[in-house]
Design a protein around this ligand. Structure first.
Ligand SMILES: Cc1cc2nc3c(=O)[nH]c(=O)nc-3n(C[C@H](O)[C@H](O)[C@H](O)COP(=O)(O)OP(=O)(O)OC[C@H]3O[C@@H](n4cnc5c(N)ncnc54)[C@H](O)[C@@H]3O)c2cc1C
Length: 386
């Protein structure tokens, strides 16, 4: 449900102040300690950030896609590790449940996810099934009135903190592609689940990722997301979740780009060489102008696609266009920011090299840039009747 104008603006203002006054000063410490202070997570809970996209009926803020994107652009102003903590509860970790869960499943999990009492993770990727997620090998075998899950999930965001996994597993053993896959809601404390060590990553320290291993893990039939009617339809749930998730990541990329552009401009106005501020050099101006233009284009794309989704238009292709452009854009903006800062941009103190590493991930998860290109072209060809 859409918020009224005033309420949305108040929410955006509050988040903006929280991000700039509370989170930005903690960026270096979080990166250094690879940990977000628990009191900050508590404040995020109080602001309702864990439940932005969860319907109000289940205790969330019930933001529509455009509203969510506007708030996420504000969160993008700081290290993306902060956003990652609330990211899965708002995106891939909850939206399958919101879209396809039974009323009982929603009533059981969503209020706790909205409040941040539990963290939900999305377990699709496997060691041998990344971009080709439909080829996943994790098995869900019917047994004792439920299913036994066996298999390994790889690079699962927030898994070390999660209490709930949405797990995609093959329920039709004869199938080899996405058609034989179902989604399960699995309590992280279920016997038969172990976690791998936290992955040591290129960036986004403070956000944690690890393997999740299922070894003879029995779940009741009630764990089948959407109930028996959704048997073998889990991959469709995953793809619907990703439409919205890709817009969320696009909005995040826009927010990060806007921060980097502001930092670059401020530095260019202060830093003097050859007797004047480097902002006066046309070659620096070209970098600033290109970054500003591209970030503006990405902002317009994301908001347009989000509005279309909110009025019920199919946006699979537009979500891919947005993610492809916005995430590649922020990579270029971060690279120019390092260049504008010169040697200081390469050093830890300025924090620019950290953003450069942090934003690199956006081009990889929730579908790589190549997968977005493939999806866009496939949609174009299909629409042309090819
Ligand atoms: C930090 C992090 C967090 C993550 N969090 C989650 C999570 O919470 N849940 C989850 O399920 N997964 C998660 N992932 C997994 C992520 O979604 C995958 O890494 C991603 O989809 C790519 O899969 P892959 O790594 O196996 O690469 P691959 O699929 O092996 O791709 C390798 C390269 O080949 C290219 N390629 C592959 N297929 C094609 C093709 N058909 N055409 C052209 N090029 C192609 C890719 O674009 C890429 O450049 C996370 C990953 C990371 C790094």
């Amino acid at each position: 449900m859409a918020l009224d104008h005033e309420t949305l603006n108040a929410l955006i203002d509050t988040v903006r102040r929280f991000v700039r006054e509370r989170l930005v000063p903690l960026e270096a410490r979080v990166a250094h300690e690879d940990r977000i202070p628990p009191d900050v997570i508590g404040e995020m809970r109080e602001l309702g950030l864990f439940g932005m996209t969860i319907p109000e009926a289940f205790g969330g803020l019930g933001l529509n896609t455009e509203e969510e994107c506007r708030v996420v652009m504000e969160l993008g102003w700081t290290s993306p590790a902060f956003r990652s903590v609330i990211g899965t509860n708002n995106g891939i970790g909850s939206q399958g449940l919101v879209m396809d869960g039974t009323e009982t499943q929603k009533a059981h999990y969503l209020p706790k996810m909205a409040s941040g009492e539990i963290i939900g993770s999305f377990a699709l990727t496997e060691p041998d099934a990344g971009s080709d997620a439909g080829s996943l090998m994790t098995q869900a075998r019917p047994e004792r009135g439920g299913y036994v899950l066996s298999g390994t999930k790889r690079f699962i965001t927030n898994a070390p903190q999660a209490q709930l996994f949405t797990v995609f597993a093959r329920t039709d053993p004869a199938s080899r592609d996405s058609r034989g896959v179902s989604a399960f809601l699995v309590d992280a404390a279920t016997p038969g689940i172990t976690l791998g060590p936290k992955n040591r990553k290129m960036g986004q320290q403070g956000a944690h990722v690890c393997d999740v291993i299922f070894d003879g893990c029995w779940v009741p039939e009630a764990a089948l997301l959407g109930g028996p009617a959704n048997l073998n339809k889990g991959f469709q749930t995953a793809m619907k979740t990703l439409d919205r998730g890709r817009l969320h990541i696009s909005a995040l990329a826009v927010g990060c780009a806007e921060r980097l552009i502001t930092d670059s401009l401020n530095y260019a106005l202060e830093r003097k060489q050859f007797g004047e501020a480097i902002a006066q050099f046309q070659l620096i101006q070209a970098m600033l102008a290109d970054s500003r233009t591209e970030a503006y284009a990405a902002r317009c794309m994301v908001l347009d696609a989000a509005r279309r989704r909110d009025v019920g238009e199919p946006v699979t292709m537009l979500a891919s266009c947005s993610k492809l452009f916005a995430t590649e854009m922020v990579g270029r903006v971060a690279d120019r920011a390092v260049q504008i800062f010169g040697g200081a941009g390469y050093m830890e103190e300025a924090g620019i090299e950290r953003f450069y590493r942090d934003v690199r991930l956006f081009r990889i998860y929730e579908g790589t840039s190549q997968i977005q290109q493939t999806l866009i072209a496939r949609n174009m060809i299909r629409d042309a009747g090819g």
